[in-house]
Ligand binder design. Sequence first.
Ligand SMILES: Cc1ncc(COP(=O)(O)O)c(C=O)c1O
Length: 439
Amino acid sequence: MAIGRSHPAGSRGTQRRSATALRTGLPFHRYSSVFICDLVTTFDQELHRRLDAIREQGVHRELRRVDSPQGARIKIGGRELINFSSNDYLGLANHPSLKTATIRAVEKFGAGAGASRLVCGSLAPFHELEAALAAFKATEAALTFATGYATALGTITALLGKDDIIISDKLIHASFVDAARLSGAKLRIFDHNDLNDLETILKWATQGPRPSALGPRQILVVTESVFSMDGDHAPLREMVALKEKYGAWLMVDEAHATGLYGVNRRGLAEALGVSDRIEIQMGTLGKALGASGGYVCGSRALIDFLVNRARSFIFSTAPVPAAAAAATAGVQLLQSDEGSDRTRRLWQRVVELKSEIPNLKSDHASAILPLIVGDEGQAVATASALRERGFFVPAIRYPTVARGAARLRITLTANHTADDIVELTRALKTLDFGLKTSD
Ligand SMILES: Cc1ncc(COP(=O)(O)O)c(C=O)c1O
């Protein structure tokens, strides 16, 4: 429908609108395009006002079209840029094995899944992926979701309700905050990686009266293992000890750790030897595994329960089967010799960049290496200057990170070469943008 005022106020259009409404007794807007135009205009005016406020705060975002696959080089606006922005840590998103698996799955299972897996039957690629994930993570079972976001939402709302308590690290991913709100449980936040604060809240949570009629109140501690915007690690061993001391459950999001840590590259929980003491191990399939989706690994009972109670799983069409096939190929590749070569290459690049740029915030081994800039506008200006020089590095700002904590989030992948690191280093050194030193 064309948008615009076609009649001045009080003109023929208004009269016709009134006549129609009087005749039918229905509201004006059901019949009059003029009135709908007015509504749309006011609606858009309000949105423009809000967008202006977002721009004034320096946190406006826009989509940048990419005309190439994800990789160490991407094409934006007709130019090739060296890409330091993706979570495709092992460079699998455009890997021939994953592409072949995707194509074969399309040929065998088609493009769409038809409905929720509980409604129209559950296609074989999802079962193959879940078996591969459970074997990889050494758990009894696994369940996959369309996204990591849907995984957090479905799992937390299935397990907890209004009488329960969720205790979360301050820097937890937004999907957990949204999930906690939706569950109706009380959400308590502990300072980032602060075990004393966590214990204080656990003490408080275990002291309150129990909602006896409904059984014991449940307490769930949630954390990421490797934090998405800082790259630092959660003290998982100590957290496991605390949740056991206070009888809480623990859910760990290994989104940025799966594929990178531990002898079998299962994640940080494996590296720290606590996998089998974590009730809910979650992760994503769209980062080191090169595909898309989210998963929960755990006991058979947990998975059966989620199939029956996780609303984002039950009330949503299954992802395209080819996405599951791609992720299965990612899990297999990860465990192959090529997988270990790729992981080794990635860590080599991390060492090279860290040795050149001391301002990088990197207390732990991580492929996420943020340069803290502070001011939102300055972060955007720096990202844009880097683009001019041929590098794609995102400026991460509020609300993804706290106000005044804007940063360039540099991520490295196994597909970067030593020369890519040299070039990025050179560009960063020529840009005088007043970097805060790491804290
Ligand atoms: C730590 C963490 N958990 C969960 C998610 C959500 O995963 P997905 O992108 O698959 O929805 C993300 C975002 O990418 C993340 O960084």
